[in-house]
Design a protein around this ligand. Sequence first.
Ligand code: FAD
Length: 522
Amino acid sequence: MVNNSSLNPSFLIILFILSHLMSMAQKISNFLPRELLSLDIANRLRLDANAIELASRDFGKIVRIKPAAVLYPISVEDIVELVRFSYESETPFGVAGRGRGHSVKGQAMVHQGVVVEMTSLMHFGNENRVRVLKDPDFGFCVDAGGEQLWVDVLKATIQYGFAPISWTDYLYLTVGGTLSNAGISGQTFRYGPQINNVIELDVITGKGELVTCSKEKHSKLFYAVLGGLGQFGIITRARIPLYKAPKKVKWVRMLYHDFSAFTRDQEQLISMNDGLNYVEGSLIMDNSPPNNWRSSFFSLNDQSRINSLLAHHKILYCLEAVKYYGDDHYSTNTINEEVHVLLEDLSFIDGCIFKKDASYIDFLNRVRIGELKLQAQGLWDVPHPWLNLFVPKSRIMDFNEGVFVNIIHKQRKATGPLLVYPMNRNKWDDRMSAVIPNEEIFYTIGLLHSSEDDDWETLDNQNKEVLDFCKKTGIEVKEYISTKSSKEEWIRHFGSKWEAFVERKIQSDPKMILSPGQKIFN
Ligand code: FAD
């Protein structure tokens, strides 16, 4: 009989490690090659229930796909080693970079493969992964790790009085995640999406090669990766140009009941290249109140005034515009006069113009306040059946009547911000993978539903109804941040870009390893 108390402690530790490794080997061998455990990265691979659960979830809370393992890299080389191993293996497995998992339909998930928890890179301070520098050709710019949050890029660059020029509404998204989509907001009409504001990238291809690419160097890879839905490589660094940051913003909202006047005014504002710095728009209706998590702009007085207007007009349209000011470029003395001139010809409802001043940082980070409030109420971590679309300008009136009026307003199911604002096609670069409608002006639509009572399917069905309506009436929409259920739908989505997309995939990721959660090739 062995007396437990007489066992040597180091023997017990060895026994524990051995049994842990055996259990890892058992779990790994079910789906992944056992040799993975002999690599340097083995002790950064996690197979425990917590890690698997986290990587099987995203912001959408609709899809749940389990990986076999999760890599918590401490360096770019860790990711290179993982992808190269899969590429060289007889049975290659899927690998997905996961930023903040703020996708809504499992785009950063991978069935029985390995999820790379990109934000793990930022916790290892051996390297400065957000660095302001002066590029000989482009002047001031920032080198940001693909795992970095845009809010941290802002914090790092503003210390030098600089900032990137193109943003998303919400800053707690990763650089690699938004550059894999497009990265859009009210600044896009003037400065282009975030993908148009990149100088250079470091990318790990599906062959496990670390490549530096730009418009001049490995340009095919560069253009493919931007808006490339994670299909061509994992972005580990992006060089982004910087501009002198304004100190303040003049933030204005105007109300309309006539959609045609609303869109005419939006289009006039985005036609001016040195006018406003930001133009967006949204709907206000019963379940989509004037203030929501995207920002609490209106005072209580304003809100009651808006509510009495709503009693007369079933839907109000809110045009949101911003002009920067507060340094040499953006003058403080003349800002009121400048904004007055820019807005004086607009035809919003008489007197329905609301203005405020905010610091540039508070304006950019406006969504965070709403997020924290919802988190405190337990209402942030709920299902989000979102639908984001690009709609050609020529059909936006039909879209309003068919979707906003006859589906969304009539059904009274909407629960969240409903966005609608125009963009200029000429601010996008057609060589990139992102797909937009084939018209000079197109609208972005964001149906940003939250399903507080877990009834996400009702809203998801409404989204399907919206897509069906567009299909039946021939409105050629392009979906943004979505997945498709069949390859045929992806082919339709990419249209004339499909062949190039496939060719680039074969060159960069011939074994179809990367981001299988997008369901394009897998
Ligand atoms: P993830 O969801 O983790 O990943 C997205 C895709 O990119 C996956 O396929 C993943 O495999 C891949 N990926 C992740 N990291 C990398 C990398 N480093 N290299 C290559 N591929 C990678 N979008 C806008 O454009 N404008 C907005 O204003 C906006 N607002 C939002 C507000 C909220 C509250 C939320 C939840 C999302 C918003 N989005 C917006 C959408 C957002 O851009 C996408 O969710 C995007 O995927 C970024 O999220 P992420 O960093 O968490 O990436």
